[in-house]
Structure formats: structure tokens, C-alpha cells
Design a protein around this ligand. Sequence first.
Ligand SMILES: C[S@@+](CC[C@H](N)C(=O)[O-])C[C@H]1O[C@@H](n2cnc3c(N)ncnc32)[C@H](O)[C@@H]1O
Length: 219
Amino acid sequence: MNFKRLLSYLIPIKIYETKSDINKNLEITWNNGQLVLDSKNTNFSYGNLQKVLRFGLKEIGFEKIKSLDSTLILGVAGGSVIKTLVNEIGYIGKIAGIEIDAETINLANKYFGLDKIDNLQIIITDAEKFIAETKETYDLIIIDIFEDNIMPDFLFENTFISNVLNILNTNGFVIFNTIVSDNSAQIRNEKFVKLIKSKNRTLQRIPNLEGDNELLILN
Ligand SMILES: C[S@@+](CC[C@H](N)C(=O)[O-])C[C@H]1O[C@@H](n2cnc3c(N)ncnc32)[C@H](O)[C@@H]1O
């Protein structure tokens, strides 16, 4: 086993670091024997983040997910949920990944081989803009957007979520990863839940995942 990887069971070993306008810092680190992508203040891909989204996919059911034709990922970073879909679930449907920070995709390709995935198309753009303009529709939409450890306000606004629901196929699913680290985030999520219920959508809440994450599953 690679020495740095072995040592990382004792302490995290950073092997690459770069600056990012959107996410302040991007770091590739060996952590507990696994290569992860972190921003300045949080884990972005692989590690705990991958566990949270895997949990959401399991709630829907891996067999159900496998039967879907098209998936949209908003916020790609290192692409750990894409690896879960393709390598663990055996998903062969179309995957579109929307990412605003091109540097994360360079790292995803170099360190995690994201460019080796045949059924994946990456589009470098702002997810808010993409959702408002696209003519495509999807069976599964995963919202996992953070600027470092901050969730932009637009994610919780009626316009954004209405646009997301407009491009969701009948009987499709949305998995929305949120962080609830203080009282104001709790109030924000309660308000958002009311908004979703007003649209007569089914909503499942899975709080306290890996600490502060709350997953919202809509259909
Ligand atoms: C937690 S990471 C995504 C992790 C990824 N889903 C995975 O499975 O590994 C959050 C990502 O959202 C991206 N992001 C932030 N604002 C965005 C926006 N407006 N549009 C698209 N991506 C955005 C960040 O650059 C970052 O790469």
C-alpha cells in the first residue's frame, strides 16, 4: 500500500492544494486510506459527503435508481455521487453534471478519473442559469451545491425549486443535500419544507446525517 495512504489512517495527508474563486481552496487529501476532495472549510467529495448522498440513493432504492433513464447532478466537484451511481449501483442511464468551478472538474479528472465515465456529460455553468434555460427533463435530480461551506440563498427560493420541479419527469425524484449547522439554517429548512408542501409534493426529511446534513427527498 502507498505510504501516504497508510499514514492517512493516523493523520490526513494533503497531496495537492490550489486556490479557487468560488470555493476559496481546493485540496486533495489522503484521509483514512481514501483520497478525498475538500474545500477550505468542508469535505466536498468522497468521505462523509459521499456517505450522505449514498444514504439518499439507498432510501429511494438502488434497484429503482438503476431503472431510471436520466439523472442531473447540480454540483459535481470530485464526482463522488457519480461514482456511487456508476460503480456501486451499476447505473447506465444518461448523467448530466453541472458545475460552476472548472478547477474541481480538472481535479476530478486527474485524481478520480471522472473523464473515464462514458455515460457522463459535464457542463461548466451556473446551475441556477442552467435550470432556468434547459429544455431537457430528468428522472432524478440531485442538488448538492455549496460555495465552500455556504449554501447560496437561491437554492431555497421559489423560482429555483419551481424550475427544478418543471424539469422533473412524472414519478421522478429530487435529492437535496442541505447543511443545518445553526438556528437560522433550521428556520430556512422549515420554510422550504412549507414551500414544497404547498406544491402538493411528497417530501421525506432525513436529518442529522454525518453530523449536520439534512437530506430532503421530493417526488
Ligand atoms: C459538495 S460539492 C459537490 C459534491 C458532489 N455532488 C459529489 O458527489 O462529490 C459542491 C459543489 O457545488 C459547486 N457549486 C457552487 N455553486 C454552484 C452553482 N451556482 N452552480 C453549479 N455548481 C455550483 C461547487 O463549486 C462545488 O463543486
